[in-house]
Design a protein around this ligand. Structure first.
Ligand code: GCV
Length: 707
């Protein structure tokens, strides 16, 4: 009986009528290789089943073989004259082909068809590894063209993950379990997961990782911990991944026994130099420091009357002899609450333009507040041409539904990267600022706050893996479209079969807008629960500072809602170039998605749709929920086509998302009504409870809170 069933499944698989549906848990990420069948298999048999390499022990060939083994159902043979030739520029077999490999740099590669052969060639080992992963991606996603002519060089030099991981393994804003760094057992036990982490990152071009939280603990800089860090660096090195650390600015006091951490103090300078030398003795290719200073209670140079540039440059000077860099965060806002928090980073940093050392990058969040579901691009991107600015995105979904809401973030990131700063002229996109091309900077970087933890699926949910993937792909090439990236990811993670790929794509593409719609439509922002940021909290007020409340941001009154940032309000618009400032200064010309970000608008104002603002808000809430309904229907339709375990997990999470989208809508509507007293537009269902009910809900153990 079993034999018969196997035979039947085998036949169906060979005809492509069923896909594999054995238990999977997502651990393999997009590196999942399952045996191909039918024409797909024979295609691969002819194209990639034998490999020639001058370095049979190399990682590039090991990864290529590993991936192909999964697809072919057997190991590809290593042989001279093999169908694939994998090699560095100075390998005789590559040299003989006289390929033009100039300008590829350490990470670039080419993949080219040469008669019946496929050539993967690079100048450096990292490039070769990236080339091998590229070829595998094509094979895995069923998109290996008959002729290949690929030349890839990353647009950004440092493509970095930022882990907000504490030394006790708590992850700030982490929703996927604990930190994967098992500090207590390091350096003696190197969890094999570290290697899998490195493989996954290398496969999408990520080449750096900041291991610890920006809310830093100086202990990471002590000798025993540096030994642990060195052990991780040893694991990552072959995959082209450099290790970076966050440095607590007060470390000279806390672990160095000095009375001060003043960046101009001679002993402090000497202490950092010695510390940096020590790090490089242990980790010769250490990447550098990331610093959060004078922000949210973190120590910094301003504690001593010095500037951010003084602090950054002191560390940069210690790093320079070793080739290290300093990433200095621009996420600052002072204890003296300013008129508008959105303006503060600009006010503090623009006067410092041109004052940072060459090996300093200023790390700027995509928007001026804090990783909200949607923010206009940070005005700093158009204002510091003499400074290397790097982008900080948040992959973990602190403000976008944690791990359970499906929100594909590439469209949000693209929106920012493609935004035009108009400085110095039209066409000066944020992407060109960040990749250094606009202002001729040689060094460029991008950071993504990681969503990685100890959960088997790494990211907290199957679909959050797509955000890790998309971040890596965009850091490599910000010209890629969100859709192209989603297609790659779906094909690798689930299946290239259009009957599976297309419905999943249609779930992912509108998902970010859906979250914006049911949480913070029309430019609203920072309305989440206090502290943990879980669920709606538009009523949040009081507490230590007004700019940590929701009422500060929405400013709802009986008459209207929104933050007036026009010339007659906080004037944040003047931080943008004139064409944008002019546009944002008027309600009529402000893009609708940023309306309440820049304006306080009457509830009864007529919107372009003909609805009043109040009715428009309700429309958006409903639209967001309807999109989630559509996602659920599509996913239900995939039952039996996706392995049961992953299907069930996603289905359960979508049900949570649906419930919480409704909660967001109902709680928000009840609260706005408690302020504006307006009746609901026709056809809108009343929230089942009053605002007081939603306000009283409490979530003391919501995950990921700051400490
Ligand atoms: C690491 C927000 C988050 C904090 C985070 C901070 C930052 O405020 O809520 O958890 O701290 O951003 O980016 O430094």
């Amino acid at each position: 009986m079993r034999h018969l069933r196997n035979l039947l499944v085998g036949l169906l698989l060979a005809t492509g009528l069923v896909t594999h549906s054995h238990a999977e848990d997502g651990y393999d990420l997009w590196l999942r290789s399952r045996p191909l069948a039918g024409t797909a298999l024979s295609h691969l048999e002819t194209r990639l089943a034998t490999i020639e390499t001058a370095d049979p022990q190399g990682l590039a060939v090991a990864e290529l073989s590993r991936g192909l083994t999964g697809l072919l159902g057997r190991s590809p043979a290593l042989e001279k004259g093999g169908a694939v030739l994998l090699g560095l520029a100075d390998d005789p077999a590559i040299r003989a082909l006289k390929l033009d490999l100039t300008g590829l740099g350490p990470d670039g590669y080419i993949i080219r068809t040469f008669g019946p052969r496929t050539i993967v060639a690079a100048e450096g080992r990292n490039g070769l590894l990236y080339g091998a992963f590229h070829l595998l991606r094509l094979a895995r996603t069923g998109s290996l063209p008959a002729t290949l002519d690929v030349r890839e060089v990353p647009k950004i030099d440092r493509r970095i993950l930022n882990h907000w991981d504490d030394l006790d393994r708590h992850v700030e804003r982490g929703y996927s379990g604990q930190s994967i760094w098992d500090w207590h057992k390091l350096p003696d036990w190197k969890d094999p997961r570290y290697t899998d982490y490195a493989r996954a990152n290398a496969s999408i071009g990520i080449n750096g990782t900041v291991l610890n939280n920006v809310n830093a603990n100086a202990t990471i800089l002590t000798a025993p911990y540096l030994e642990k860090v060195a052990a991780l660096a040893d694991v990552f090195r072959p995959y082209g991944i450099k290790v970076y650390l966050t440095a607590r600015f007060s470390a000279p006091k806390e672990i160095g026994g000095l009375p001060t951490a003043d960046p101009l103090d001679k002993d402090v300078i000497r202490w950092w130099q010695a510390k940096v030398d020590e790090i490089y003795t242990r980790i010769p290719d250490f990447g550098g420091f990331l610093i959060k200073a004078n922000s949210e209670g973190q120590p910094g140079p301003q504690d001593y009357g010095r500037t951010h540039a003084d602090g950054a440059n002191m560390l940069a000077d210690a790093m320079a002899p070793h080739g290290g860099i300093v990433m200095w965060r621009a996420f600052v806002y002072s204890h003296e609450v300013p008129d508008d928090r959105a303006k503060q980073a600009y006010d503090e940093f623009v006067p410092l333009d041109g004052k940072f050392r060459d090996n300093v990058l200023v790390q700027v969040k995509n928007g001026a507040i804090d990783f909200q579901p949607r923010e206009p691009f940070h005005p700093l991107f158009g204002a510091m041409p003499k400074t290397k600015l790097m982008m900080e995105f948040q992959i973990t979904k602190e403000y976008l539904g944690f791990a359970t809401h499906l929100a594909y973030l590439a469209p949000m990131w693209k929106e920012v990267l493609d935004a035009d700063t108009y400085r110095p002229k039209q066409g000066s996109t944020v992407a060109k600022v960040v990749d250094g091309s606009l202002d001729g900077h040689k060094l460029s970087a991008m950071a993504g706050v990681a969503n990685i933890g100890t959960d088997r699926n790494w990211a907290g949910s199957q679909f959050d893996q797509a955000n890790w993937y998309a971040y890596g792909r965009l850091a490599w090439n910000h010209d890629l479209t969100s859709e192209a990236i989603a297609r790659e990811w779906i094909a690798a993670t689930f299946s290239p079969d259009p009957a599976i790929l297309d419905p999943i794509l249609s779930m992912m593409m509108p998902s970010h807008q859906a979250v914006v719609d049911y949480m913070t439509p029309l430019g609203l922002h920072h309305l989440m629960g206090r502290g943990h940021h879980y669920g709606p909290g538009p009523w949040v007020e009081g507490g230590p500072r007004s700019d940590w409340t929701s009422v500060y941001y929405h400013r709802a009154t009986k008459d209207g809602i929104g933050f007036d940032r026009t010339a007659t309000g906080s004037d944040a618009i003047s931080q943008y170039a004139k064409p944008l400032a002019d546009r944002f200064n008027k309600v009529e010309t402000t893009p609708e998605e940023f309306l309440l970000w820049f304006h306080h608008v009457r509830w009864d104002r007529k919107m372009p749709s003909g609805r009043t603002l109040w009715a428009e808000l309700l429309h958006h809430y409903g639209r967001g929920i309807a999109t989630v309904d559509g996602m659920i229907t599509r996913w239900d339709g995939l039952k039996g086509r996706i392995d049961d375990a992953r299907h069930a997990e996603v289905a359960a999470f979508l049900a949570i998302q649906r419930k919480e989208a409704q909660w967001w809508r109902d709680a928000s509507v009840a609260y706005w009504q408690s302020i504006n007293g307006l009746p609901l537009p026709k056809g809108e269902a009343p929230p089942p409870h009053d605002a007081a009910y939603y306000k009283a809900l409490s979530f003391p153990f919501a995950p990921g809170d700051g400490k």
